[in-house]
Design a protein. Sequence first.
Lengths: 360, 626
Amino acid sequence: MAETEEKLRKIAEDIYRSLKEGEIPQISVSSRNKENIVLDPRYLVWKYGDNFVTRSARSLDGAEYILKVMSVVEFIMEMRKTAKTSTLREMYYISEGWGLGKFHTQDESDILSEDLEVISSLKREDFNLRPEENGASIIGNLTIEEKNRKGEFKTINCRDDVGDGGYGIPYNVEPDKLRLKSVDADFVMAIETGGMFDRLVENGFDENMRSVLVHLKGQPARSTRRILKRLNEELKLPIYVFTDGDPWSFRIFASVAYGAIKTAHISNYLAVPTAEFIGITATDILTYDLPTDDLSEKDVQALNAELKDPRFQNDFWKHEIETMLQSGKKAEQQALAKYGLDYVTDTYLPEKLSSGGIID
Amino acid sequence: MVRKQPEVSVNREISISEFFEKNRHILGFDSAFKSLFMIVKEAIDNSLDACEEHGILPEIQVEIEKLQRDEFRITITDNGPGIDRKDVPNVFGKLLYGSRFHGMRQTRGQQGIGITAAVLYGQITTGQKSRVITKKKEDDVAYLFELGIDIKENRGQVFVEKPMIWDREHGTSVSITARGKYQTGRQSIVEYLKETAAVNPNMDLSFTDPEQKHFVLKRVIDIPSRRSTAVKPYPLGLELGEIQQIAKTTETMNLLDFLSQEFSRISRKTAGEIISISGMDEKGDPRSLAPEDIRKLMEAFRKVQIMAPPSDSLCPLGQEFIRKGLLNVYGDLHPSFYSKPVMRPPAVYNGNPFSVECGIVYGGDLPSDSQVTIIRYANKVPLLFQPGACAITRAVSETDWRSYGLEQRSGTGIPFGPMMVLVHVLGTRLPYTSESKEAIASVPEIVDEIKSALRIAGRSLKTYMNKKERRAKVMEKFRIVRELVPAIAAKSSSLLGQSEPDITSVISKIANVILVTETFAADDHGLTVTCQVYNYTTETAGITIIPDPPAGEISGTRKAWELSSIAPAGKAEFTFRLDGFQGKYDGTVYYFTGQDVTRVQGADPLPGDWDIRGPEIVEEEASGGN
């Protein structure tokens, strides 16, 4: 606790000292783009490299940025004093009252709060800031304890104590809030779309295949990735990622397995380097003869960008991306319904899993 | 069987009104709406021409009354010189009255067709006579006429002619009843009147529309328009028929006199050469020249040395008229920039002298997301129709405006931006695309001259934009040192519970300049501008500031302010007034002396010659007045 305050104070102290010593105040932040992510050999995840962006009060943008950082630090210290939390969106609206330090878009305030994590090496949760959307949901024979608003830990079994929607992942999934008690399953199946998640639930894939189903809800929220990381680390469950077959889904997998570019400063805390992609691949589209859509111009751009993305520099991804570019086609998970509603659970997933050596 | 005779007589009886019916479009009377417009235009053109010729400051009243659903009475009253009683039937009742071939000058009207066509149109569509009241200064009374056109005889037919008391020293009022349609918009009578007022800032104009709405545009210049002078026709610009016409009516008795007296730039010596080249007799009678003879003369014109045509017949608007006219008519759009009007020196196409003037208005409330507005004039008459066919539109489209800071895809086409461009083409014989003079033909020489004028105006726009951009940079620095750094200091110290640090040295490191900036406040009588000079250097500094407002004039005689010894982190300021300034003020341009050029932001070094308006582009000869 005191450590958080200390780190936040230090940001203000650096600025104050510059002013006092007659130096132009500035703040340096790791540049957060794909040109500046490197593989951390210790954790096998992608983290920021040595490129920094320096914002100086010499320019108007820089001076505004520094003032905004000061305003956010002050706001966070205030919240921590009164034990309140706020959503990122609330902070954006609260900033209306910050005069020159106010944000013009929510994007701006979101990016700045991520910058602040990088600068202070703290996490958003330390700032009492949370995203407005929570994580997604879980179904499977997993027992957890979650602290409720009364401050009591409540035991929940994610198969027996929940409805069809599953267990809703809260925004804070750290041990002070959520404890993983026990699990009776062999692996975690992380699914991109709600339709496919529901299909697997309805077909009893969790029980039949002894798995925990996690709905990613598109690009997964931080808390979703964090809980996948804890399931993998603490309960030793392997993670499989099942998505659509298009360039955006490849990025979903990359953010689960390698770390996202925007949050590379906390990759070691979010990414599961052993996670495996089980489709839909470009090869699957051909092998299973799936109904397809043509790649749009944006899709092609995204694939070409992925060819240059350091996270995709291995034979498997190079092959898949190039195959997709050649065929010019993409397919959704639910295209498997071409062969019937049970095909995905009876044939496709078992085949993919056994070829990967997970099940016999 | 010989049946030809009757056919010929039928042809001969094709009346002038049938001719008119068949050729309405050529004369501009091709729709109900345009017909009303043409009546107003023809009358005003004549009024302005007459006032100009007699050095009168024009006062014109236009009234349009709605009589029935599609029947209107259009009355145009001026304070012109008045028309001689005996000329009235001819002026208003005879098509092609008067021939201009013996003296060519730059005028507005369609000589000999315009107002008669309007009278004829009214007569054909409503059967009503036109009413004319006119009074000359030397007459005690005015005369009222009710007249029409005897179509068979092509002459005016006067039904009523009587003296009347008219409360005017001199003037003419024409009242025509005609079928038509009244409308507003880009191509309308109101727009025509506005555009006319823009180039005639010495005119008082009032207009009452069919709904009894009243518009008034007051004059802002008290100088009569410069009178155009008539010149003899220039031989190289003439068609065969025109020479024939001159020959038919000449009073000279022999070919040598004919050539040397009826045409400009032909001396007796040159005339002799022409006659000998064409192999004719210098004693020959010009009235008996056959078309074949004229053709020979025309060939000879090209074989001898003939000087460029005289350009003293050209009568430009002049910079003051353009600037004040635009300000008067479009001032309510609060443009932030008026380019210095550009006047090109006279040029020649096909033997005819012409010239181009243009002006640019930029910013303010002009829409920034639509195409620029092009206001076209030919011989001081607004051109509202056929923009696509016009040399002016073409020249604007073929100019690359991107380098002057406007949006224009691929560098051709009409650019986008908050701009109006006024182009005036003037000449004794402009090439129009049709008889109704709606657009100027795209003759290469004319298009090129317009483009040259536009480029000069464009460069002055660019200069203005650069200054604006530099001013924006200064404002940024100013915000940093005046607002943001103090705010950062306050926040960081309150966060840490410390006292606020002294930021002077950081500020001088960030700025390290003398910043010139300003604030201004408008009131009912004008604008008060306060110029602040901040010294963000580490030493005491002195500077002299010369303000140059983009619009309006500094009130009083003081033009420069010397500010001595401003302490580091200190400030000095002074105030001046722009009396009478209304609208959106876009900021003063400041010049300075007495400081290192690199140490000042927000002001430009004073040009050495004290000509703070910058170099003239083309000096106009005799600005507007007589």
